[in-house]
Design a protein around this ligand. Structure first.
Ligand SMILES: *Cc1c(COP(=O)(O)O)cnc(C)c1O
Length: 437
């Protein structure tokens, strides 16, 4: 399958090239040319399949032209060594718990898949010396660093804003060593993201060696996220609960929601989506006005969603560009909502008290989005719980007045010693550092 750029000013790319480049040369995002379709029978059969089997079926439709079946199956099975269960909360509301991976966030799925796919390109197709740059406000860095740890031929640089990520998050990408380097940037997350984008656009750096992105602009990280939408559907299908499915997605860069739209495009019956935001709500503004105006991000307690210019917006526009009136079509498929820190806290308290379920601040936006766009009697509401509450222990403990137990997986990271390199937010200093490596 070929991949085109959403800006359509560069030639189509192979899967390998799209993954290794990350961002297209015209600054567009790569999109699959023909998204494979899965018919009702195939999707109906999924209720008797495992997560891995379902993901292999979806992966075959997406990557089957480029990678042989056996290799693809191995990549999928190695990626998905954990479950993403659907858990009933109350009435017709369900939580899709995406936090059972090694770093307890949904990003483990995409990061692990991407690491294994790049590993395959290095082993089997002679790609070499790939530098992965990743900007993080907390969760991406840990998922990517852990996904890529020890993969030969790949060096990972994690850029994070000094003093703006939680200690639990920080230790997950600063204590690993080996091929993982943490760069502590004296700036904001937006500054980190800007440094990464400038690096891809810099001719000298691209001449020197290969730099790619492990943020959700990379198709290898973003597309595999469609797997768990199918698996969630299959689990609801077993309960007879798939009629008129409404899915609420806590959103920052909108990679997760766009993967849901891709699943829907491939044939998964989803009636509508809800884009749940914290105060960084440029998408809701777009839905209300038809005009997209990026803004600087503001800090919230759901910090993995503190994004002022969501990179996957371009993919959403592209997906809907086949409609005569794309804006109208987007509004029909996706509703938006926005929550302040106080509202997020209230939701967490309410759900804990009423139903004994501990939401993390991101999942709380997803849950509240469902309630505010209340599924009708005969609809099923599913929200994505994107991180384990213990990843935000300080915040969750304070809001709920509890002392959350830290899962063993996280405790292990906290024993390691922090290693990081401090850099300013100017591009020249960053570039000099990378070219010296
Ligand atoms: C990354 C992240 C999000 C936002 O996901 P996008 O794909 O960037 O929209 C939401 N919640 C958590 C916990 C995250 O780590």
């Amino acid at each position: 399958m070929k991949y085109y750029s959403t800006n359509k000013r560069v030639p189509f790319a192979s899967l390998k090239r799209a993954v290794i480049k990350g961002l297209a040369g015209d600054k567009g995002l790569y999109m699959p040319e023909n998204i494979g379709l899965l018919n009702d029978f195939v999707i109906g059969d999924m209720k008797d399949m495992t997560f891995q089997e379902i993901a292999c079926t979806v992966a075959q439709a997406l990557f089957g032209d480029d990678i042989d079946g056996g290799t693809l199956e191995k990549i999928v099975n190695d990626t998905l060594s954990f479950d993403t269960p659907v858990v009933p909360i109350h009435d017709n509301i369900y939580s899709l718990e995406l936090f059972h991976g090694p770093t307890l966030a949904f990003k483990d799925v995409g990061a692990r898949f991407m690491a294994r796919l790049l590993g395959y390109f290095i082993d089997k197709e002679g790609a070499k010396d790939i530098n992965v740059l990743v900007a993080t406000s907390g969760d991406t860095g840990s998922a990517v660093a852990n996904g890529f740890l020890g993969v030969d031929g790949i060096n990972v640089y994690v850029l994070y804003p000094k003093g703006k990520v939680s200690p639990i998050q920080e230790c997950q990408f600063t204590t690993l060593g080996q091929n993982i380097t943490a760069l502590e940037i004296d700036g904001t997350f937006d500054d980190c993201q800007a440094l990464v984008k400038s690096a891809f656009m810099d001719p000298e750096m691209n001449g020197h060696s290969k730099f790619t992105s492990a943020n959700s602009i990379n198709i290898a990280r973003f597309l595999p996220q469609s797997f768990y939408y199918f698996y969630a559907y299959a689990q609801l299908d077993k309960l007879g609960k798939t009629d008129k499915l409404v899915i609420s997605v806590p959103s920052g860069n909108f990679g997760n929601l766009t993967a849901g739209l891709i699943a829907n495009w491939m044939g998964l019956p989803v009636k509508r989506f809800i884009a749940a935001n914290n105060r960084n709500d440029v998408f809701l503004d777009y839905l209300n006005t038809g005009i997209y105006t990026p803004r600087p991000s503001v800090a919230t307690i759901a910090n993995a969603m503190d994004v002022g210019d969501p990179s996957n917006f371009a993919r959403i526009i592209d997906l809907f560009s086949i409609y005569p009136n794309p804006y109208k079509a987007i509004k029909k498929k996706i509703a938006g909502c926005t929550y302040t820190d106080e509202e997020i806290a209230k939701t967490m308290q309410y759900v804990y008290k009423q139903y004994g379920y501990i939401l993390d601040p991101h999942g709380a936006c997803g849950y509240q989005g469902l309630i505010d766009h209340k599924p009708a009697e005969n609809e099923t509401g599913l929200f994505l719980e994107t991180a384990h509450p213990a990843k935000f222990k300080g915040t969750v403990d304070e809001i709920l007045g509890i002392d959350l137990e830290i899962p063993v997986k996280l405790q292990a990271f906290m024993k390691g010693e922090k290693q990081s390199i401090e850099l300013g937010k100017d591009f020249e200093g960053f570039k000099r550092y990378l070219l010296e490596q």
